[in-house]
Design a protein around this ligand. Structure first.
Ligand code: NMN
Length: 333
């Protein structure tokens, strides 16, 4: 039933049940790198919980998955790292109509129609990299957004990630560590040959590989990276997200070159169509398109909720037919 047609009692029961269920899925996904359900199942339940909590805000608890960035703060053996600027999650939408609603809210809050930078949503996990005078000094996972795990030694084995920037900058940058499709196929084949459980998808394989206690193991896994964010654009001397990406490339950081600036939201449709088509042929997995307000001052004006930025949203592709994960689900239940 529509949340608005529900009795308070029924809503309370369903909200509490969804909160528990999604928390449980989150632990398997973020902490154990072994999801119990496919992403679209999680996303549908999450969207339902958001709708219910909106209609019955009295049942929003501080520990609801809608109020928390999901992720392990530490795996035994990995040190904890504090994020002075929280690492957030991203809101998502599943249709052009929802994108348009998001754009309406954004334009209204800004009092004008902004330009957007479109980026591919890489199916990996977020990391923070700290450079001091151009030297890589720390790498960490997102964790719960405030506290993540120290994976410096592991990240240093990733060929794409420069140990030294081309300019001696002191800056924190963020991006996605991912496992290319070829590495993923190879790794799973090897695991199956050794009687180990294969990873459900490249994202979980990347997370499992990055969160190793022995960096030599990470090195064997052939991870890659795309860097896409900094809260310190002023250090780079630029004012737009699209320029941040260009500056990253100048610094020698790996960036994805498929971004595009659009002047109005309706121009997103051809981009989505293009990458829906190109998706299978890309050497890495993508699960959607990330829309970011291009102007950084506007981003700062819009700010963040406790969980997601207001200046960015992910459009997620419809689920793919091929279901490698199904077998894993049968094993876990
Ligand atoms: O929390 P972030 O990194 O923003 O990622 C959210 C994404 O992670 C969503 O797209 C969701 O589909 C996925 N996820 C999947 C599961 C699962 O059990 N398959 C659990 C938690 C998050």
């Amino acid at each position: 039933p529509q949340p608005t047609n529900m009795s308070t009692k029924d809503a309370q029961v369903e909200i509490s049940q969804l909160q528990d269920e999604l928390t449980d899925y989150g632990i398997a996904y973020y902490e154990q790198d072994a999801p119990k359900v496919e992403d679209h199942v999680y996303d549908e339940k999450y969207a339902r919980l958001v709708a219910l909590e909106q209609a019955f805000p009295q049942f929003v608890t501080p520990d609801s998955p809608t109020q928390n960035v999901g992720g392990a703060q530490t795996k035994s053996g990995l040190e904890k790292v504090q994020h002075p600027v929280p690492m957030l999650s991203l809101g998502d939408v599943f249709s052009l109509e929802e994108l348009q609603e998001w754009e309406n809210r954004t334009a209204k809050a800004l009092g004008q129609q902004p330009s957007y930078n479109l980026e591919l949503k890489i199916d990996g996990l977020a990391v923070s990299l700290k450079y001091d005078n151009g030297r890589l000094i720390q790498a960490s996972t997102r964790g719960n957004g405030l506290i993540g795990e120290d994976v410096t030694a592991n990240v240093k084995t990733i060929a794409d990630v420069p140990q030294t920037l081309k300019e001696p900058l002191t800056i924190e940058v963020r991006g996605e560590i991912y496992m290319p499709k070829a590495s993923f196929a190879h790794l799973n084949e090897e695991r199956e040959n050794q009687g180990q459980e294969p990873f459900a998808n490249p994202r979980n394989a990347a997370a499992g590989s990055l969160r190793q206690l022995d960096a030599r193991e990470t090195k064997k896994r052939k991870l890659s990276a795309f860097i896409y964010y900094t809260a310190e654009a002023d250090t780079l001397g630029v004012t737009k997200q699209s320029e941040v990406l260009r500056r990253f490339a100048e610094l020698g950081l790996p960036t994805n070159k498929d971004n595009r600036v659009i002047g109005q939201m309706k121009d997103i449709a051809p981009y989505i169509a293009e990458y829906t088509e190109k998706r299978d042929g890309l050497p890495y997995g993508i699960d959607g398109v990330v829309v970011k307000v291009d102007d950084i001052d506007s981003e700062i004006d819009l700010g963040n909720t406790v969980k997601v930025p207001r200046w960015s949203i992910a459009y997620k592709f419809p689920p793919e037919e091929e279901q490698t994960i199904v077998r894993d689900i049968e094993w876990t239940v």
